[in-house]
Ligand binder design. Structure first.
Ligand code: KG4
Ligand code: ZN
Length: 346
């Protein structure tokens, strides 16, 4: 192994994945362990915070040990420790943050407090070596926002959701149709067999002068649609899934056109469009966003699917970028507190 390159351990516990990864400064992922709590939350149709916290406590040391084993490294050989400090569920954040701080303190290594959203935002620099600046659509279960990414810690927010996040809309829509949690993959699968034009759903905010999104009207419309077609047969379920996914695609496409125009007005042309977060795993939405990017002479860049959903490699990498900017010295003090809310841009 090349020992002259810096390595960092990343720890993630902000939602329902307990994860640890070790990443090298050249972008080599030496270990990436994700323990999903999905099965424990599935009966409730969403993440139950207390169950999540307890599961993080039960699994955290095991995933870190597995990461060391996969990388064939001891904790002493890792150069620094990064942990997600927010935003997210406070109980889970406390588990990962305390573990990270304890390790950094005992091993006398630099500690980096990482914003989970920055983890998603910078993943394409790890996987695709994308240079700043780029336009970022961050779409996950808890977040939906468009940011002009100019550098590490340097973001301009163009807009965000006024109500539900996109992933949340997928999850809630799936739940009311009786589909399993998480809703995104379940809807995408059924949508492949469905007719996207059968049901006309509201295109909330399409054409708006501002850069924001709204998904609550769409959710209510699907609720009414489902209620008027009960009991749902396979075909109708597939058609609702396809119509819903198509509508989300149109809304995202319109909002990104708005963002591209705003970039052009700032003199920034052909910026790469990066899509990140769990919803970026959706192949149909990727296709629609690729079209928009093409219309503006730009390219769509998305991380591999396994690195779109929550993982610790993205936390390790965001930690690496910040640690590097700090001249490989100490980054954050050990009395750093967890933050349930932590916007990327003011
Ligand atoms: O980034 P992530 O793993 O966790 C958060 O930080 O929220 O995103 C999870 C979200 C869930 O809402 C899930 O339904 C959605 O991403 N998701 C998808 C797909 N895969 C995951 N949404 C649409 N299509 C998918 N294929
Ligand atoms: Zn996430």
């Amino acid at each position: 192994m090349n020992t002259s390159l810096h390595t960092i351990l990343g720890i993630e516990s902000s939602c329902d994945e307990t994860a640890a990864a070790i990443v090298r400064e050249d972008g080599e992922i030496l270990a990436n362990i994700v323990w999903s709590q999905m099965a424990q939350h599935a009966p409730y149709g969403g993440v139950v915070p207390e169950i999540a916290s307890r599961a993080h406590v039960a699994m955290m040391d095991k995933v870190i040990a597995q990461a060391c084993e996969q990388a064939n490294m001891s904790l002493q050989q890792v150069g620094a420790i990064a942990a997600t400090t927010g935003p997210g569920l406070i109980g889970g954040l406390m588990v990962g943050l305390m573990t990270g701080k304890a390790l950094a303190s005992v091993l006398q290594k630099p500690f980096v407090a990482v914003n989970h959203l920055e983890g998603h935002a910078l993943t394409v620099r790890l996987t695709n070596k994308v240079e700043f600046p780029y336009l970022l659509l961050l779409v996950s279960g808890g977040h939906c926002q468009v940011l002009l990414t100019r550098g590490v810690g340097d973001y301009i927010r163009f807009g965000g959701t006024m109500d539900d996040a996109v992933g949340e809309a997928f999850d809630k829509t799936a739940k009311l149709m009786g589909l399993p949690y998480p809703g995104g993959p379940a809807i995408e699968k059924r949508a492949r067999e469905g007719d996207p034009r059968r049901f006309k759903l509201p295109l909330s905010m399409v054409g708006a002068e501002h850069g924001d999104f709204s998904f609550s009207g769409l959710k209510t419309a699907v609720l009414r649609l489902v209620d008027s077609h009960r009991p749902l047969d396979e075909k109708t379920t597939a058609d609702i899934c396809a119509s819903f996914q198509y509508t989300v695609g149109e809304i995202l496409a319109d909002r990104m056109m708005h963002a591209f125009k705003r970039c052009e007005a700032m003199g920034l042309k052909n910026l790469p469009l990066v899509v990140a977060g769990g919803v970026a795993a959706n192949q149909f939405l990727r296709g629609r966003l690729a079209q928009v990017a093409k219309d503006f002479g730009a390219e769509l860049v998305a991380p591999p699917i396994a690195l779109c959903t929550d993982n610790a490699a993205m936390i390790a990498w965001a930690g690496m970028e910040r640690w590097r900017l700090n001249g490989w010295g100490q980054c954050d003090v050990l009395d750093t507190e967890p933050r349930a809310r932590w916007p990327l841009a003011a």
